[in-house]
Design a protein around this ligand. Structure first.
Ligand code: ADP
Ligand code: MG
Length: 251
């Protein structure tokens, strides 16, 4: 059975104006479809437009041309908070994602007050997140004092407070050691298993961590999609191999 399309990015273009004479074309005529329940890998070298795309999908940036369509509805003119509340989008940014001077609990409380209306539901959700990510020992530790892996867990927990159906994770594996990466990969797969309607889109510049857990993936380079399909198809694609190297394997 075909899965329902949740996100459709159509003919997307984004220019950054540096000054009156020069502009940077970050995204050119990009088309992308993600279905419910999928883990979708967005691969591309630094500067290929991954963060720009995520910022456009969640409404932080506007495209110069093209559309972001969620469940058949064009959200181009919908502001960030409404995309979070009504359209189920949540972003875990490449860096930060937490208020570093606040404790783990304070971070979760701050977000809960924005995205959850009823106080008892807020407290319930905070407890659920603390337990899900085993954050009990760090509950009252300031985020700036946490390890990279724990900080990432708090950022994910914060993004999940609004119970998103489209979770965007911008380079979540960056700067993490291999054991923490494995732990995070397991967390991501669990997030997919526990909610069959949720799709998770993850960016990375390295295929190694990403393709092992992706259902489908796309490789972006030089403003073009150079490969897309199943992880196997992407790995076997000669144009994508330029970015991964010939020795790359997935299990
Ligand atoms: P990635 O996340 O894949 O590394 P980005 O989306 O950050 O790529 O950047 C894509 C391109 O847009 C790069 O050439 C980058 O220098 C440029 N860019 C990103 N943000 C800005 C900005 N705020 N102003 C000008 N250029 C930008
Ligand atoms: Mg980026």
């Amino acid at each position: 059975m075909n899965k329902k399309n949740v996100l459709y990015v159509k003919d997307l273009n984004k220019n950054y104006s540096k000054n009156s004479s020069k502009s940077v074309h970050a995204i050119k005529n990009l088309n992308l479809e993600v279905n419910e329940g999928e883990i979708f890998g967005l691969l591309g070298p630094n500067g290929s437009g991954k963060s720009t795309l995520f910022n456009i999908i969640c409404g932080i940036l506007s495209p110069n041309y093209g559309d972001v369509i969620i469940n058949g509805i064009n959200v181009n003119k919908i502001p960030v908070f409404e995309r979070v509340q009504k359209y189920g989008i949540s972003l875990i940014p490449q860096t930060g994602g937490t208020f570093s001077g606040l404790s783990c609990i304070e971070n979760l409380k701050a977000i809960s007050e924005i995205v959850i209306e009823k106080k008892n539901e807020r407290n319930y959700k905070i407890e659920e997140m603390i337990s899900k990510f085993q954050l009990e020992p760090h509950a009252h530790t300031k985020c700036c004092e946490l390890s990279g892996g724990s900080k990432k867990k708090v950022a994910i927990a914060m993004a999940l407070m609004s119970s998103p159906t489209i979770l965007l994770m911008d380079e979540p594996f960056a700067f993490l050691d291999i054991l923490t990466v494995r732990d995070l990969q397991e967390t991501i797969v669990n997030l997919q298993t526990e909610d069959s309607s949720r799709c998770i889109i993850i960016s990375d510049h390295s295929a190694r961590e990403l393709l092992g857990i992706s259902d489908r993936a796309l490789v972006l380079a030089n403003k073009k999609i150079v490969a897309q399909g199943s992880p196997r198809e992407v790995i076997d694609s000669p144009s994508a191999r330029i970015y991964f190297g010939d020795s790359f394997k997935i299990n």
